[in-house]
Write a protein that binds this ligand. Structure first.
Ligand code: NAI
Length: 326
């Protein structure tokens, strides 16, 4: 029986990981702590660790895990920007779940867009208070609008299909465009200038860090809607706020935020919000924020647990894993 220290456990992780772990003969020790330099000691004595998006798997954490004889860090996410992959190489196997439900994330992006522009979240609160006034709830049609999709991988393509279903004109930018995909690729500059709605679906890398910044905000079409369900640091939050205040950006839908790691996924309702940028964003009437929940569907949770358990099993049976992050 292999024993895996499971960091940053949330209640929704338990049913699926317990089920698939039991079937594969893997025992998970569900820990509430996030993995970082202060908590890595909790992994001592285990055969591997399982980490999520706001765990910190830097060089120091990797060295400590290796000193404990741990050979695998099984990420239960697709993204791996929180891991020092260069340092891990040759020391520990870092594997991930490359795809678990692109539909979950793409559908959430569209749900946020519709909620925001049709003011569903405001209408919901009004009608519960017997306020049936329509003042201030005017939206706009998506049909005929131009949507710019940054990153046309698994999630971006599902989002494109959804947008086409709404009768929108789709343009896209990808560093590695797929000529056979039937997608109208344009430069990032053109995408920023022509889009009525921009949705980010590319990974966070040194190249994509603060892709939307003070300079690029100036290029945006007035009134543009920004959607980010990818990674918070694709957007410079201060530049975003300035763009909203200047009325350049008409609405913003964020499922991710660059400083989310100590805030998102937790109930902070009894605390004073220390992050002033986030507080200011939350107070904007045209900003909608969800707490990194785009992945959170039943289907995705099943796939995440099944593939993570398969990754761990493969590693212990063969010494390698086909989903290793190279
Ligand atoms: P993918 O790997 O299938 O697609 C990513 C696309 O981005 C690829 O087409 C790639 O060529 C493109 N790309 C790479 N570098 C680029 C650059 N510099 N500029 C523009 N495009 C670039 O990934 P997938 O599954 O579509 O996921 C996209 C992102 O969504 C992930 O990196 C992750 O950060 C985020 N995500 C968010 C979730 C959430 O719950 N909010 C859940 C799952 C993923």
């Amino acid at each position: 029986m292999k024993r895996i220290a499971f960091f940053d456990t949330k209640s929704y992780d338990l049913p699926t990981f317990e089920k698939y772990g039991r079937e594969a003969g893997i025992e998970f020790k569900f820990l509430e702590s996030k993995l970082n330099e202060d908590t890595v000691g909790l992994a001592r004595g285990y055969d591997g660790v399982c980490a999520f998006v706001n765990d910190t798997v830097n060089a120091a954490v990797i060295d400590t895990l290796v000193s404990f004889g741990i050979g695998i860090v099984a990420l239960r996410s697709a993204g791996y920007n929180h891991v020092d992959i260069d340092h891990a190489r040759g020391r520990v196997c870092v594997c991930r779940v490359p795809a678990y439900s692109p539909y979950a994330v793409a559908e959430h992006a569209m749900a946020m867009l519709l909620t925001s522009i049709r003011r569903i979240h405001k209408a919901y609160i009004r009608t519960r208070d017997f306020n049936f006034s329509l003042n201030g709830l005017t939206g706009f049609d998506l049909h005929g609008k131009t949507v710019g999709v940054v990153g046309t991988g698994k999630i971006g393509r599902v989002f494109i299909d959804i947008c086409r279903g709404f009768g929108m004109r789709v343009i896209a930018y990808d560093k590695y465009p797929d000529a056979a995909a039937g997608i109208d690729y344009v430069s990032l500059d053109t995408l920023f200038r022509e889009s009525d709605i921009i949705s980010f679906h590319c990974p966070l890398t040194s190249e994509t860090y603060h892709m939307l910044n003070a300079e690029t905000v100036k290029k945006l079409k007035k009134g543009v809607v920004i959607i980010n369900t990818s990674r918070g640091a694709l957007i410079d939050s201060e530049a975003l706020l300035d763009g909203i205040r200047a009325r350049q950006i008409g609405a913003t839908c964020l499922d991710v935020y660059e400083e989310e790691s100590d805030i998102f996924f937790e109930d902070n309702s009894g605390h004073i919000m220390e992050d002033e940028t986030l507080a200011r964003l939350l107070f904007m009437p045209n900003v909608l924020i969800t707490s990194h929940q785009a992945f959170l569907t039943q289907e995705a949770l099943e796939n995440i647990a099944r593939v993570t358990v398969d990754n761990i099993t493969e590693f212990f049976n063969t010494g390698k894993c086909s989903n290793e992050v190279k």
